[in-house]
Write a protein that binds this ligand. Structure first.
Ligand SMILES: Cc1cc2nc3c(=O)[nH]c(=O)nc-3n(C[C@H](O)[C@H](O)[C@H](O)COP(=O)(O)OP(=O)(O)OC[C@H]3O[C@@H](n4cnc5c(N)ncnc54)[C@H](O)[C@@H]3O)c2cc1C
Length: 376
């Protein structure tokens, strides 16, 4: 850790003051969860630039790559203070958590120099190009291929559900580099330039009405040799690490969870139907248990499946209870925020690995149960 690092309490105070001032000045960007809605691009970028210029972007990334060099506990404090103020801790989850985390762990010095500072400074927006029409939960079956053309790779295939791909400058991409090997040992991990030729990005409309994710068609799209991350044919190890970080990144979800639960409790009063009141109180108890779990997990990737499952299932339950509590008004989805939360929540049970897959991971990796049988 940097020798000039403040104490954790000092840092918390500084962060809270900085956020409060940025909110007063209208620079802080309101919280939007893991995926930046494309309509908030300008606002989120200006906030990211301000965080970077003020020393609050990448607080636990090394100084030589644009961070502050503080320990990982500082990052949690930063996320907590942002959650308390209901603002976003970073512009681009795919950049700071996924691509950034992978480059820090597996990148060459050249890759770190090229990408990390630029990501913190909002010069590069990232997307994640993993899922394909035939490969989501069973990601290892992916068929997008990268062929070696001597001085570069050329990638062909189709990706889907690629969040913010329509705005991204780079993507973290999985492609099969060894067609003879259909399993995980034929896959490589690339840092992919989204502005090159052979790329067709088509936004998809979600049930919220937004276009947050896209289909991405690749036709001999070039990748520089220097942009292979990790070992050739060894991309699955990098991807596994990225997926672990994705599940574990709940930041200060506990604070958001309590706030959202309190909002639900505020909707009941003495005239509330006792059955509904009982449901809300059961939801409250679950929220308490979940909060304990989140606090204990402290971002530990091993507990990621538990945290992700608990959090996203709970959000679905809570938003449903809120909507049911509205009675007939819910039929016209009178309250825009309630409707948005209700329609958004199910997607989070799927993004980053479905609830069923989290249950499999909990069974196999945490409880030591026998592995799921493979077909064939
Ligand atoms: C909002 C959102 C954002 C996303 N953003 C991105 C992104 O930026 N980049 C990216 O690469 N992907 C992204 N995804 C894709 C996401 O990772 C996949 O949707 C997810 O992994 C599931 O894959 P699938 O959609 O192919 O469903 P499938 O894998 O086809 O699953 C269909 C159903 O079968 C169940 N199932 C499958 N296998 C098993 C099993 N072994 N045991 C029990 N049940 C099983 C699943 O749980 C699910 O209910 C996003 C998805 C959403 C919803």
């Amino acid at each position: 850790m940097a020798p000039d690092a403040p104490t954790i309490d000092e840092f918390r105070r500084r962060a809270a003051d900085f956020i409060s001032e940025a909110k007063t000045d209208g620079i802080a960007c309101r919280a939007f969860g893991a995926i930046m809605p494309p309509a908030m691009y300008d606002e989120a970028k200006a906030w990211q630039q301000h965080m970077f210029a003020s020393g609050f972007a990448g607080v636990s990334w090394p100084k030589e790559y644009g961070g502050q060099g503080y320990g990982p506990e500082f990052r949690l404090v930063w996320s907590e203070e942002c959650a308390r103020a209901e603002i976003s801790p970073y512009m681009n989850f795919q950049g700071f958590v996924l691509a950034g985390g992978a480059i820090l762990k597996y990148g060459t010095e050249e890759q770190k120099q090229k990408y990390l500072r630029a990501t913190l400074a909002a010069e590069i927006l990232w997307c994640q190009l993993f899922s394909e029409p035939g490969s989501g939960s069973d990601l290892v079956s992916l068929s997008t291929r990268a062929e070696d053309h001597g001085d570069e790779w050329q990638v062909s295939g189709q990706k889907v559900w690629s969040s913010t791909a329509q705005l991204a400058d780079h993507g973290i991409l999985l492609a099969r580099t060894n067609p003879e090997e259909p399993g995980h040992s034929g896959i490589s991990f690339f840092l992919f330039d989204m502005h090159g030729p052979g790329i067709d990005v088509r936004p998809l409309k979600q049930m919220t009405g937004d276009h947050e994710f896209c289909e991405v068609f690749l036709d001999d799209a070039p990748v520089a040799k220097a942009d292979l991350l990790g070992p050739l044919h060894g991309g699955w190890g990098v991807a596994t690490s990225v997926l672990g970080d994705e599940r574990a990144e709940v930041g200060a979800a506990g604070i958001g969870l309590e706030r959202a639960t309190q909002r639900l409790i505020d909707t009941i009063d003495d005239s509330t139907d006792p059955v509904h009141r009982d449901r809300i109180m059961r939801t409250r108890v679950k929220a308490g248990a979940l909060r304990q779990l989140l606090d204990r997990s402290e971002g530990d990737p091993k507990l990621g499946p538990l945290v992700k499952l608990g959090n996203t299932e709970f959000s679905t339950e809570r938003t449903r209870a809120r909507l049911d509590g509205m009675g007939p008004a819910a039929t016209v989805l009178a309250d825009e925020q309630v409707a948005e939360d209700f329609l958004y929540a199910p997607g989070m049970r799927v993004a980053g690995g479905t609830s069923e897959i989290q249950r499999n991971l909990i069974g196999e990796r945490l409880l030591g149960l026998p592995r799921e049988p493979k077909a064939g």
